[in-house]
Design a protein around this ligand. Structure first.
Ligand code: SF4
Length: 65
């Protein structure tokens, strides 16, 4: 799985961090999401899919492999 985070779309809601805290974080200064791991391990995939699904800005896209 490859994860892409579109920071230009992010509205800093923090939903992705709640869903998958090993893969997403938020910048201290403005809350915009930061991608920690663009190729997360298999055990994190369900959480990452959940993060992408709940992101209100559709800022997370996934390429399944
Ligand atoms: S859930 Fe989406 S909008 Fe919210 S912080 Fe994460 S990437 Fe940004």
């Amino acid at each position: 799985m490859r994860v892409t985070l579109h920071q230009d779309k992010c509205v800093a809601s923090g939903q992705c961090v709640l869903a998958a805290q090993d893969v997403f974080d938020q910048r201290d200064e403005d809350g915009v999401a930061v991608l920690l791991d663009d190729n997360p391990p298999a055990e994190a995939h369900d959480d990452v899919r959940h993060a992408a699904a709940v992101c209100p800005a559709l800022a997370i896209t996934l390429a399944e492999s």
